[in-house]
Design a protein around this ligand. Sequence first.
Ligand code: GDP
Length: 365
Amino acid sequence: ALTAGIVGLPNVGKSTLFNAITKAGAESANYPFCTIDPNVGIVEVPDARLNKLTEMVTPKKTIPTAFEFTDIAGIVKGASKGEGLGNKFLSHIREVDAICQVVRCFDDENITHVSGKVDPIDDIEVINLELILADLESVDKRIARVVKLTKQKDKDAVAEHDVLVLVKEALESDKPARSVEFTEEQQKIVKQLHLLTAKPMLYVANVSEEEIADPSKNEHVQKVRDYAAGEGSEVIVISAKVEEEIAELDDDEKAMFLEELGIEQSGLDQLITAAYSLLGLATYFTAGVQEVRAWTFRKGMKAPQCAGIIHTDFERGFIRAETVSYDDLVENGSMTAAKEAGKVRLEGKEYVMKDGDVVHFRFNV
Ligand code: GDP
């Protein structure tokens, strides 16, 4: 499964946020394919469409789709040189598909800051520099290897060398690989390099409970926004402490609490939604009287592959997918009405699934 890793310097609120994630945790019996590991938190993906489908179909049960966060502890200055748990930390990052970096934006004299003052940009640069140095080392090694092949006019080697040079230039001016604009062909090469700084990054600005209703007054948050904009990354603002409290509440209490705070969606829900889209994930639904359920797939996947997410037999014996878009289904009020209106399509093996498709797979066993 795709996962987003949570990183941050000590005392920025990482554990508090990760606690909120595990407390809000999904019923893991529903997600046998998820990783069971104390460092992995499984959360349900909030989706209003699922509630609507449940109202419409009145199934026996409704199951949201789930998503994994991995807690990656142990970053310190010098990680790329193997300081602290440095190497371990970097290898954990290598395994995740996106990075959520928690940045301390709350002032609290009682909580020590590792470098003595709250300075989010400084903090971000400490972490990003370690990732840059680690990538620089792998890029240099790789260049040494391909440069021999370029002399023999090996076309692939020449293309890779070009990419490596672009990445090296960026890294040497303290910029991540994700800030470089590559052609589509080059992007494929970049993927093969497994660079840490090529992974999508989401900055999570952690503010105090007093500031969460109106974080625009927090100057640290503004700095993080400017920094993120410079490399094309996103920022979400949360209060980890508030999230920890919310995670203990049931749905009604949660709604009331959020209203009191003056926020629409909990920070955790925003984080889940943002990480989900950062990873290029989308949702399709199955809607039967037994069960209405949301399923996660990677954008660009075709119908048989998507069927395989439910069960490998569904992929092997795939015949077709009876498909209606969520909007068409809701507009018509029921599956029967949508069929009569000609909105239900029979899609074959080459169909690229779309976010919001409501499907019934037909297959041979
Ligand atoms: P970690 O080292 O990054 O995992 O940080 P922790 O989650 O352990 O948090 C460090 C300290 O900061 C703890 O005492 C938390 O209670 C506190 N903390 C975390 N988030 C907030 C917040 O939003 N507001 C305030 N005032 N304190 C927070």
